[in-house]
Design a protein around this ligand. Structure first.
Ligand SMILES: Cc1cc2nc3c(=O)[nH]c(=O)nc-3n(C[C@H](O)[C@H](O)[C@H](O)COP(=O)(O)OP(=O)(O)OC[C@H]3O[C@@H](n4cnc5c(N)ncnc54)[C@H](O)[C@@H]3O)c2cc1C
Length: 450
């Protein structure tokens, strides 16, 4: 990653407390190249891809999932309990703590601002504050705290900032490969504004194709689906999206409905049988926008002037009336007045950070009640396109495929790149495949479009 001139890096391996390096470029952690025993077999009509990269958020120890969701029977207010400060020493941010837009970049930003503002109330100028996690929530919180006169240190477990926003910049690809969040809907004007300050290019993805084994189909009307959710939201008790559809006389396994559920799963990471109908986000409307540039500078600009320790996983937070002791995975411990924790819900559920004393029941209850959904993405590129249509978003309807949603980047960028997005149980299955199996499954899903 690049670090701007004023960003300060603490080298954890070399002793965080003593080493303060300005404007340095950390060595990237080597990623093991998977040993290939055979090349992935493309199905007839789909040429072998010239390049492929896929995400692994489901197994990533610093994410353990893609986005939080509200399971059936859980109130959205549970997120307030997740984000509730403890003893005015520990504060919580991250998309999962946002009641209005959980699972999104918007939610991450507003949670970071909220937690930092909460912390500034009891704090006095010049206090030492640690932020755990350098994703969008952590970077936003750090910027607000620095502006508020705090001495801020950010601890990030990875060798890069950005968390679940991650552009892989690789010379063999014509544009950065976006492994995390990169799509923006009608509600994302504020995020897009911030991105444009960070010089991240954005294109519009125009046109949708609905396609089944027999050929192109009319667009699927979301109105009956939306009406079923509206009716469920007026019911005295919460029900799953599946039950809400069934109650409205809609068969969830009908191909058209299943296609809409695949879109919902790719957006929330959750299956219709586990997702609350009271708090299910609406199906996306309109043409989305997509980031085409490296998103790292967008995060780096928020961290400008803040001390950031990369490769610094926090293992334990011990707190009392006088402050918080932060112990890193390396064994080093540092003292702070207050801490904002922004790690993903999946990491909190895994208990990979020890809290001493344990968090109050209400925080712990919220951690176990909320759900962490699975979303995976696979990027494929070809020297020549094998498809002919010019629609940017493809939905597979009534076909037994591993990946039902595809983004065609050719119309917007001129590059022969297709991006598969899969969510919910299908993503959890996809995550279990080895590299070759995953590419084979992706290519097989594209045979429909030949
Ligand atoms: C595949 C995918 C697609 C998505 N698509 C969209 C989209 O199109 N639009 C949208 O709005 N949202 C999307 N999202 C969701 C969006 O990415 C997240 O809501 C947002 O990035 C979360 O930001 P955050 O700061 O809360 O968490 P994160 O970005 O996860 O930041 C938390 C940070 O904590 C670090 N960390 C973890 N454990 C430790 C530890 N022990 N010590 C120190 N640091 C630690 C992590 O490495 C990470 O950097 C998508 C997510 C995924 C995975």
């Amino acid at each position: 990653m690049r670090i701007t001139r004023r960003t300060l890096l603490l080298g954890a391996g070399a002793g965080v407390a003593s080493v303060l390096l300005a404007s340095c470029t950390p060595e990237p952690t080597p990623t093991p190249t998977p040993t290939r025993t055979r090349e992935p077999e493309p199905p007839p009509g789909v040429p072998a891809a010239a390049g492929s990269i896929r995400s692994t958020w489901t197994t990533d120890p610093y994410a353990l999932g893609a986005a939080s969701f509200t399971p059936v029977g859980v109130l959205a207010g549970t997120r307030l309990a997740l984000g509730a400060p403890v003893d005015a020493r520990l504060f919580f941010a991250g998309e999962a703590t946002d009641e209005d837009a959980p699972g999104t970049l918007r939610g991450a930003i507003s949670s970071g601002t909220r937690a930092a503002e909460e912390l500034l109330i009891p704090a006095t100028s010049g206090e030492r504050v640690a932020v755990v996690g350098a994703g969008l929530a952590g970077a936003t919180a750090a910027a607000v705290l620095a502006e508020g006169g705090m001495e801020v240190t950010v601890f990030e477990a990875r060798d890069r900032v950005g968390g679940r926003m991650h552009s892989r910049v690789d010379d063999s690809w014509p544009l950065p490969v976006q492994l995390g969040a990169w799509l923006f809907g009608v509600d994302d004007a504020e995020v897009l504004d911030l991105m444009s300050n960070g010089d991240v290019g954005v294109v519009e993805l125009t046109g949708q194709l609905w396609h089944g084994p027999e050929g192109d189909l009319d667009p699927i009307d979301p109105q009956p689906f939306d009406a079923a959710m509206t009716a469920a939201q007026a019911a005295p008790e919460d029900s799953s999206v599946t039950d809400a559809l069934t109650a409205a006389g809609i068969d969830p396994s009908d191909p058209a409905t299943a296609a809409l559920l695949a879109i919902l799963a790719a957006r929330t990471g959750a299956g219709a049988d586990e997702l609350s109908s009271w708090f299910a986000p609406p199906l996306p409307t309109g043409d989305p926008k997509a980031a085409t540039g490296d998103v790292a500078p967008f995060i780096e600009q928020a961290l400008d002037g803040v001390k950031v320790g990369l490769n610094s996983p926090v293992a334990r937070l011990a707190y009392d009336d006088s402050g918080v002791s932060v112990r890193l995975g390396t064994g080093e411990a540092l003292s702070f007045d207050r801490v904002i924790v922004t790690v993903p819900l999946g990491v909190l559920q895994d208990r990979s950070i020890e809290f001493d004393p344990p968090l109050p029941f209400s925080n712990r209850g919220a951690i176990s009640a909320l759900g962490m959904g699975a979303i995976e993405t696979v990027w494929l590129r070809w020297d020549e396109p094998f498809w002919e249509n010019d629609e940017a978003i493809w939905h597979s309807v009534g076909a037994d495929v591993a990946i039902a949603t595809w983004i065609n980047l050719r119309p917007a960028t001129g590059e022969n790149v297709l991006v598969g997005i899969v969510g919910g149980a299908a993503a959890a299955e996809f995550a279990k495949l080895d590299e070759d199996e995953a590419i084979e499954a992706a290519l097989a899903s594209l045979a429909l479009y030949v």
